[in-house]
Write a protein that binds this ligand. Structure first.
Ligand code: TYD
Length: 144
């Protein structure tokens, strides 16, 4: 699609006993959820991410606390904040992401379209840029 990333408002069931949010495969995320992982006990000042995926699609949700997500598709860079259990960020493949400014007690849950596979990662920014923009020579000719 044209949108490489998208904020998604998830359903909430309000109740005097507290709120409930749910996420269903291919309804609230446009993929089959094959893996769930979460980041927690994050020390102050720590950064996560710093990579892109060749094929993986994901959704990030702040289950508790807050953090900022820096997104970069090789052409456009945007920073989004997550701080609500009913807000997610959907990420298509080939998006460089960095997670920063974690509040104390923050928990980042990630829903993923596939199992863990190290060969699906671009862990070097230059390598990612080459993949999305072509050769470094062509890169110099493209207007941002
Ligand atoms: P990484 O994806 O780099 O973490 P983050 O993007 O949150 O900063 O993964 C960190 C380490 O954990 C790396 O050695 C791979 C391992 N890992 C798994 O074994 N399984 C998983 O599902 C994930 C996400 C990571």
């Amino acid at each position: 699609g044209l949108e490489r990333w998208k904020t998604v408002e998830l359903p909430i069931v309000h109740d005097s006993r507290g709120n409930l949010t749910f996420i269903e495969s291919n309804r609230h995320v446009p993929f089959d959820i094959k893996r769930v992982y979460y980041l927690y006990d994050i020390p102050g000042g720590a950064q996560r991410g710093g990579h892109a995926h060749k094929t993986l699609q994901q959704m990030l949700i702040a289950m508790s606390g807050s953090f900022d997500v820096i997104l970069d598709d090789g052409f456009v860079r945007q920073t989004l904040s997550l701080n609500r259990g009913y807000c997610g960020i959907y990420l298509e493949k080939l998006i460089w992401r960095e997670l920063v400014n974690f509040s104390s007690g923050a928990v980042c849950m990630v829903l993923a379209s596939d199992f863990y596979d190290e060969s699906d990662y671009y862990r070097e920014y230059d390598e990612f840029i080459k993949a999305v923009r072509g050769t470094p020579e062509a890169l110099g000719n493209k207007a941002l």
